[in-house]
Design a protein around this ligand. Structure first.
Ligand code: FAD
Length: 409
């Protein structure tokens, strides 16, 4: 049989896959997306950052997202004991969108994938990539369908957007342990029944456990009276809590101070899921006719809801470099993809580390921050972690100095 030929094959139809395939299709390249599952499918990662809106716009997908009924989001709120602080993303240092959405990922990801298809991207559900070889200066992929058929497809370039599937890192031996401490998360969707008058549905609420500063909860309200609720804890601490994942989650929520109060009438009516050791890294983000996008590259930590933003940023950067390569120019993948992507990842990483060692928690809850510093922090929390005009992006280590200033309250 003749082997099918495409300019680019994208593995996975999550946000990184949908955005990259759309951007390359717009440049006139012939794109095939292979997606293992059938959409809609569950995915975690429901709180977007305003920076995402730029990429949705670039990909011509923003209108479809806006036409849906997703929950509006304009900031992040933080609670610790009696302390409560919030960052309004509209008040920020960097230019750009100040609002976004909190989304049920089953419908959000389907909207993006549908839009990519409408634009002309070929997308096959239930098709899993199982091998990737280098043949005659191109990439040849082996695909297995969920009805058991196998076939091969050839592409000038492969983008791996397979998320935690980590297809190319596994097949090409690129996996590397993350330098972040392994943690675990338990999460579910609830009927939240929140009747607290002060509760702000337009913001994600991050709560710090009153006794254990490294344990934190997210509450991400949706527009339909439901919410995503999750807790992150060191694996060892979680293993000491008795019961099923549902019972563990409810035990921890009951210890959450104000959060327990807010969720007093919540109905736990959905599957509770657990995910551990999700932080991951790779030895390199690109190689011979391939690049890794989103979670297939590096995943840090859920604390700042940065995953989808990093995934879409990688999609946008890689699409530019692939277009250049397919147009006969040789892009400098290190300078044009890996380094710029890592600018934002490095910023988030410093803030993630600062969250768990309390430097950043102290900054968040400090009353001493000036308005201008608050705007710089708000910018990063809104996803503008690549704007090197921001002193905390240019030199993320400044966080330590700020934390010291804030500690002398
Ligand atoms: P995904 O969205 O995971 O898509 C990958 C796709 O590839 C899947 O559809 C999968 O079926 C497919 N695939 C896998 N293997 C194969 C194969 N062999 N062949 C073909 N297809 C394949 N991010 C946020 O922005 N906000 C949040 O609030 C947030 N909260 C999080 C909470 C937790 C506990 C965790 C662990 C993560 C969270 N994230 C959050 C991160 C977010 O989930 C991811 O960063 C984001 O989904 C990555 O998008 P992606 O496109 O890279 O991959």
């Amino acid at each position: 049989d003749q082997i099918e030929q495409f300019d680019v094959v994208v593995i996975g139809a999550g946000p990184a896959g949908a955005v990259s395939s759309s951007l390359l299709n717009k440049k006139g390249h012939r794109i095939l997306v292979l997606e293992k599952q059938h959409f809609p499918r569950f995915s975690i990662g429901e709180s977007l950052l305003p920076q995402c809106m730029t990429y949705l716009e670039q990909a011509g997908m923003l209108e479809a997202v806006q036409a849906s009924t997703f929950q509006h989001k304009n900031g992040a709120a933080f609670s610790r004991g009696e302390e409560y602080e919030y960052f309004d993303f509209r008040e920020k240092f960097s230019a750009g969108w100040g609002t976004t959405f909190q989304v049920q990922r089953d419908s959000f990801d389907k909207i993006l994938a549908d839009e990519a298809q409408k634009q002309g991207v070929v997308l096959r559900y239930g098709h899993s990539v199982i091998a990737c070889d280098s043949v005659n200066g191109e990439r040849q992929l082996s695909v297995q369908t969920d009805t058991g058929e196998r076939y091969q497809v050839q592409a000038k370039f492969v983008l791996d957007a397979s998320g935690f599937g980590r297809v190319l890192p596994k097949l090409l031996n690129l996996e590397q342990a993350s330098s972040l401490t392994p943690r675990q998360s338990i999460f579910t969707h609830i009927q939240d029944n929140i009747d607290e008058p002060d509760y702000d549905r337009n913001k994600i609420l991050i709560t710090v456990h009153p006794q254990h500063h490294e344990v934190w909860y997210w509450l991400i309200p949706f527009s339909n009276g439901r919410a995503s609720l999750g807790v992150v804890a060191p694996t060892e601490l979680l293993s000491k809590i008795q019961g099923s994942p549902l019972e563990q989650l409810q035990t921890l929520v009951s210890q959450g101070g104000k959060l327990a109060h807010i969720l007093a009438k919540a109905k736990y009516d959905s599957q509770v899921r657990a995910l551990g050791s999700y932080s991951c890294d790779v030895t390199r983000l690109y190689g011979e006719n391939y690049a890794l996008l989103g979670n297939a590259g590096e995943f840090l930590d859920p604390i700042f809801s940065s995953g989808v933003t990093i995934a879409m940023t990688s999609a946008s950067l890689a699409a530019k470099a692939v277009h250049k390569q397919l147009s006969g120019e040789q892009p400098d993948w290190e300078r044009e993809y890996s380094e710029p992507l890592k600018t934002g990842v490095k910023t988030f990483k410093e803030f993630v580390e600062g969250w768990y060692d309390q430097r950043f928690q102290n900054v968040v809850f400090s009353k001493k921050k000036s308005a201008s510093i608050t705007r710089m922090i708000s910018s990063i929390l809104a996803g503008y972690a690549w704007d090197i005009e921001n002193p905390y992006v240019k030199n993320p280590a400044r966080l330590s100095t700020l934390a010291e200033l804030c500690q002398n309250d």
